[in-house]
Design a protein around this ligand. Structure first.
Ligand code: ADP
Length: 397
């Protein structure tokens, strides 16, 4: 059985065709600059061979058509016939309170997805465009929506209601939703396998540390608290996002800099975080290099990031009444041993004892804590595409 996974952005589209027997991609790629000049499809075969297809890609339907043509190409395709693709799984950023699990897409779901647009005006419209394009190009093939927010719908009101008039929750849906749910769910399931314990018995803290970063407390397999909030701007300081601030700072900067709503939003999302503090880059690799060369602000950005993660880990252990394992995933979590070591230092009170030798790994599924560490420390490469494919398989089988 083969499942196509689609992740649509406003001008980009990522895809993977996954063989559900081996769980490996047999073809994958990226369409960039959809609707713009210079649009291009970069396709990779199962063995990693790269094919670049330059064409006019005016919208998501044209993009999907090109992707499907690439997947059946006699030269570099992955299947002989599109009939071999049994279902399509779509990443959808925001499912609001309507969706607490993945769902098979029908007309009622499409209507509900449109209702969620106002919660994620930048992300949900391209997700919907991708679904419509697939419905047009692959009629009759079941399609599933997998939401970034769904995993966090198990949070209780004392976690997700803000200190605002309750009417704002009722009127505008302002509450904590949380994001990266597909990743947190995937790594927590892998952690249970690695630890050889039922997920229902585990208290886990999952640290998804990439360009966007979030931390989730997972008790008995359920998300009970997470660092991102109403939007993915909240929580940890990230590559370019500020993370949690005193809310008064927002209006203060807005007045001082004469920013309108759009400008302050752009500022907080794209010009702050590690980029703003370091003045060097939003990429943690560049920041590490600059810090090693003695750049004070780069070192400060790394210190703030580690400090933020420690704060969340400590508070999440407090609300769960302990922690059995901490999981590191995503770009920084999987690849930055120094950052992991910094975060795990002075955490004896939680029973964390990192094995510095084992911790040298990158992008491997490994327990990097010492044999006698009461709390395990796990590096688990995330695989959101596989998780989307697995959920699609479960619903469509
Ligand atoms: P996103 O999916 O949110 O764009 P990723 O999970 O791909 O982000 O993570 C990107 C981040 O991971 C970048 O800041 C990058 O610097 C960081 N990263 C990748 N490799 C390394 C590495 N070897 N050391 C430190 N950071 C790394």
């Amino acid at each position: 059985m083969k499942i196509l996974v689609i992740n649509c952005g406003s001008s980009s589209l990522k895809y993977q065709l996954i063989d559900m027997v081996t769980k490996n991609p047999i073809g994958k790629g990226l369409v960039e600059r959809i609707g713009l000049q210079g649009s291009v499809l970069t396709h990779r075969t199962g063995s990693g061979e790269k094919v670049v297809i330059k064409d006019e890609i005016s919208n998501h339907t044209v993009a999907i058509k090109l992707v499907l043509e690439a997947l059946v190409s006699p030269e570099y395709g992955a299947v002989q016939d599109l009939k071999e693709i049994s279902a399509i799984g779509h990443r959808v950023v925001h499912g609001g309170e309507k969706f607490s699990t993945s769902v098979i897409i029908d007309d009622a779901v499409m209507e509900a997805l449109k209702d969620c647009i106002e919660l994620a005006p930048l992300h949900n419209p391209p997700n919907i465009a991708g679904i419509k394009a697939c419905q047009k190009m692959m009629p009759g093939v079941p399609q599933v929506a997998v939401f970034d927010t769904a995993f966090h719908q198990t949070m209780q009101p004392d976690s997700y209601i803000y200190g605002l008039p309750y009417e704002y929750y009722e009127k505008y849906g302002i509450r904590k939703y949380g994001f990266h749910g597909t990743s947190h769910k995937y790594v927590s399931q892998r952690a249970a396998i690695l630890l050889r314990k039922p997920l229902e018995e585990l208290k886990l803290i999952s640290c998804h540390l990439g360009n966007g970063a979030s931390i989730t407390a997972i008790k008995g397999g359920k998300s009970i608290e997470t660092s991102m909030g109403f939007t993915p701007l909240d929580g940890l300081m990230m590559g370019t996002r500020s993370g949690t601030l005193d809310p008064a700072i927002v209006t203060y900067i807005q007045c001082r800099e004469n920013y309108n709503c759009e400008q302050i939003n752009d500022f907080l999302n794209n010009k702050c975080g590690a980029l703003g503090v370091s003045g060097v880059s939003s990429d943690f690799r560049d920041i590490e290099v600059a810090a090693a060369q003695g750049n004070y602000r780069a070192k400060l950005a790394l210190d703030i990031f580690e400090h933020d993660v420690k704060l969340f880990v400590g508070s999440y252990a407090a609300i769960m009444g302990g922690v059995d394992a901490i999981i590191f995933t995503a770009g920084v979590g999987e690849n930055a041993p120094n950052t992991r070591a910094g975060i795990c230092s002075n955490m004896d009170y939680l029973g964390i004892s990192l094995d510095l030798e084992k911790n040298k790994v990158r992008s491997e599924e490994v327990d990097v804590s010492k044999a006698d560490s009461r709390c395990r420390v796990l590096v688990i490469p995330t695989n959101e595409e596989l998780m989307i494919a697995l959920e699609t398989l479960e619903l469509t089988q």
